[in-house]
Structure formats: structure tokens, C-alpha cells
Design a protein around this ligand. Structure first.
Ligand code: R5P
Length: 295
């Protein structure tokens, strides 16, 4: 077994290899003057099962292309099998043709991953909303790993939680809120979100009195920070003592920190699926466990 850490998950890929006590295979990459990408592995992997670990942020298209090239290079260098490990897999939010003429991005992304010979796929907290499982997207076995249990344990150990309640900012986040609530042995409520543009969300959170309670706000992605800022403001108005956000993928797109800073959120915990300054919980153990089970 060999791990190739892609450019989107260099440290995490190496951490996974270290924890599994297996080798990494590094590679050279550069861009030609016309923008085309070049990839060359620094060794062979004859007969090995190769796991390419790639997160697809900040450059989802380029990092997917790099994944495809690495998978192809590994097979060309003798790999017996290529597993695709995607700590963060982009494009899953476009899981339907909302308007005529739109592309089904999630399906296109999945097909490209499969087209280079990937035999198994692992994704941490994929954004599954209207799709019931990853099997709807992939024909090869696809595993949904969740960081929510580890983040909940982190929160439980590191904050003296007072009468905690878990809040999902929208319906799709209820699956993750449920996991956190189970660990904390707490209840959870689901708010209603209406997105009217990339940067504009309206969240309805009424009817719950949170006076004196700590709120664990749970979501899969923080991108523009609009969701997190909007719901936090409402939670504080409803009396929450502290709002502690547990979010798997901290993308923090341009302007996110500014948007969030005035909202009153007390702590933001994210994982290292996308390295950022709030990457506090590592997903290496859950990926190690999933790979161990699959091998
Ligand atoms: C979408 O429904 C996701 O679960 C997140 O709530 C969303 O991607 C967060 O995006 P933003 O930070 O831009 O509001």
C-alpha cells in the first residue's frame, strides 16, 4: 500500500501514511507556459495498491485534473489498483438541474474520477442533500466517512458545555446535527434557510428560547460564511450563551472571516480536510480506519 498525497492534501496525505505506517510516493508537478499541467511520480509502485489523497479546494478543477493525472501515472507505474481518497470533494452541492440548461456538476465530477480507473472512493462528510448516498453518483464502491463524531468529542472535552443544544442551519445539515447530538446526548433543532444568491441567505430560527444554553452549530461547509453569520446572529438573539460552530470543511472563501467576525460566534472548529487556521481536528484517524477496513 502506498499513499500519494495530492497538492490539495499534502500534509493530511502524509499524516495518513504515517499513521498507517506505509510509504508515500511524492511527485513533481509544474505548469507549462500555456497553462497545461505536468505530473511525474518520483518512483514506481509495481503491484501496490495506491491511495491518492486529494482535497479539491481551492482550485477544484485543477486539483481534480491533478488527481486524474496522478491516478493515471500510478497505474502507468505499475499500481495494481487506485483508490481515490477525497477529504473534501467539491461540486456536490450541484446535485440537481435546478434550471433548464444547467449541468449536473456532481455527476460529471464523479464520472471523471471513475474514468481514470479509480476502484474505490472515500469522501469525508460529502454534501449529500437530495441524493440519498454516494452510490447514486459512483458505480464503484464509495464510502461516506464522517468527522462529526470526532468534532463532537473535541467539543465535549474542551468546552465545559452548559445545557448544550445542537442546531442545524438547514434541513440538509440535520444528518450531521444528529450525529453530534448523539455524542453529546443532547437534543437538536433544524432551522430553515433560504438562499437567494451566492452571498445572501435568510435563516428563520424562531420559537426556541436558548437562554443560558450553549449551542453547537453544525454544518458540513463554511464557504462565504453567510450561513454561519446569519444563524449565529439569530441564536444569540434567542439567548444562546455561546455559539460553538463545528464545521467539517473550512473553505473560508474570500471575505468569509470578515462576514463571520461581527456575528458573535464564540468558537469555530473545523478539520484538516481543507487546511485553514481553524483546522483543529484531524480526519487522518477516520481515513486510516476506512482504508484499513477496505484493504
Ligand atoms: C449548504 O447547504 C451547505 O451545507 C453550507 O451550509 C453552505 O455551503 C455554507 O455556505 P456559506 O458559508 O457560503 O453560507
Amino acid at each position: 500500500v502506498i499513499i500519494i498525497p495530492g497538492s490539495g492534501a499534502t500534509k493530511l496525505g502524509r499524516d495518513i501514511a504515517l499513521s498507517m505506517n506505509v510509504k508515500t510516493l511524492e511527485f513533481d508537478t509544474r505548469k507549462f507556459p500555456d497553462g497545461e499541467r505536468y505530473v511525474r511520480l518520483n518512483g514506481r509502485c509495481d503491484g501496490d495498491i495506491v491511495s491518492v489523497v486529494q482535497s479539491t479546494y481551492k482550485d477544484p478543477d485543477g486539483l481534480l485534473m491533478e488527481y486524474c493525472m496522478l491516478a493515471d501515472a500510478a497505474l502507468g507505474a505499475g499500481a495494481s489498483e487506485v483508490l481515490g481518497v477525497f477529504p473534501y470533494l467539491a461540486y456536490l452541492r450541484q446535485d440537481q438541474r435546478f434550471k433548464d440548461g444547467e449541468t449536473l456538476s456532481s455527476k460529471v465530477f464523479a464520472q471523471l474520477i471513475e474514468s481514470v480507473g479509480t476502484t474505490k472512493v472515500f469522501v469525508v462528510d460529502p454534501h449529500l442533500h437530495r441524493l440519498s448516498s454516494l452510490d447514486v453518483l459512483f458505480n464503484v464502491p464509495a464510502f461516506n466517512l464522517s468527522a462529526m463524531f470526532m468534532m463532537a468529542e473535541y467539543a465535549s472535552k474542551n468546552f465545559h458545555l452548559n445545557d448544550p443544544i445542537v442546531v442545524a442551519p438547514d434541513e440538509e445539515a440535520s444528518q450531521w446535527a444528529n450525529k453530534v447530538a448523539t455524542v453529546l446526548k443532547a437534543g437538536y433543532v433544524v432551522a430553515k434557510k433560504v438562499r437567494s444568491g451566492d452571498l445572501t441567505v435568510e435563516i428563520d430560527f424562531s420559537g426556541s428560547n436558548l437562554e443560558g444554553r450553549d449551542v453547537l452549530l453544525v454544518d458540513d461547509i463554511v464557504s462565504t460564511g453567510g450561513t454561519l453569520a446569519s444563524i449565529t446572529t439569530k441564536l444569540k438573539k434567542a439567548g444562546a450563551t455561546r455559539v460553538i460552530a463545528l464545521v467539517t470543511h473550512g473553505l473560508f472563501a474570500s471575505g468569509a472571516y470578515e462576514r463571520i467576525s461581527g456575528s458573535g460566534v464564540d468558537h469555530i472548529i473545523t478539520t484538516d480536510t481543507v487546511p485553514n487556521e481553524r483546522s483543529i481536528v484531524s480526519v487522518a484517524p477516520i481515513i486510516k480506519e476506512a482504508l484499513d477496513d477496505a484493504l
